[in-house]
Ligand binder design. Structure first.
Ligand code: C5P
Length: 205
């Protein structure tokens, strides 16, 4: 069984994907982390994330970079969203995601284009959404716990900017697959969202 979990940043898709993987005993890939690694590598190289050649060169990041805590930062998320605009970058990361999705055990992948591009044949496609205020509030609390400072307004502005870039890019824009089920987590607690997702998978598969 392949489970595709797509949606915007801080919608709860990562938490849901991880919980589904644990519940159904499937391996999980957070594909955003790959784009974050490219953005981070581009920054380390002193490259320009908007430049195709610089972004493409950064796709050769070492696997050790995937463990770097800096990948989770808002700044790296912004860089990821800039390098992910280039079709050549998406192509360079395609094979890795595709082999993960098609391994015999099945898999859970979360990202932006899993149900539309990486695994259009997935048995289950969830499109996880939440309002900007709900997402900003969650991100704010996460950052507070991590001891990092940020204002709710600047987080909300960053989210909207990233949504706009992800939804309007020509290559694999953030878009629900036609056969995806939309799960709105705005008013749900973490546990409620997970329970709802598990129930949906049981219903669909
Ligand atoms: O999900 P996450 O916030 O970690 O993703 C960071 C950025 O990587 C997103 O804003 C998006 O631009 C890009 N991305 C993508 N396709 C994916 C996963 C992430 O373009 N499958």
């Amino acid at each position: 069984m392949i489970i595709a979990v797509d949606g915007p940043t801080a919608s709860g898709k990562g938490t849901i994907a991880k919980a589904l993987a644990a519940h159904f005993g499937l391996p999980h890939l957070d594909t955003g982390l790959l784009y974050r690694a490219v953005g981070r590598q581009c920054f380390i190289d002193g490259g320009d994330p908007d430049d195709i050649a610089d972004a493409l060169a950064a796709c050769a990041f070492p696997d050790s970079l995937l463990g770097d805590p800096e990948l989770r930062s808002e700044a790296t998320g912004g860089l990821a969203s800039r390098v992910s605009v280039h079709p050549a970058v998406r192509q360079a990361l395609y094979k890795r995601q595709r082999s993960f999705a098609t391994q015999p055990s099945g898999a859970v992948l979360d990202g932006r284009d899993i149900g539309t591009v990486i695994a259009p044949e997935a048995e289950v496609k969830l499109f996880v959404i939440a309002s900007v205020p709900a997402r900003a509030e969650r991100r704010f609390r996460e950052m507070e716990q991590a001891g990092r400072e940020a204002s709710l307004e600047s987080i909300a502005a960053d989210l909207e900017e990233r949504d706009r870039r992800d939804a309007t890019r020509a290559a694999a824009p953030l878009l629900a697959a036609e056969d995806a089920v939309v799960l709105d987590t705005s008013l749900l607690s973490r546990d409620e969202a997970i329970a709802r997702a598990i129930a949906l998978v049981d219903l669909i598969r």
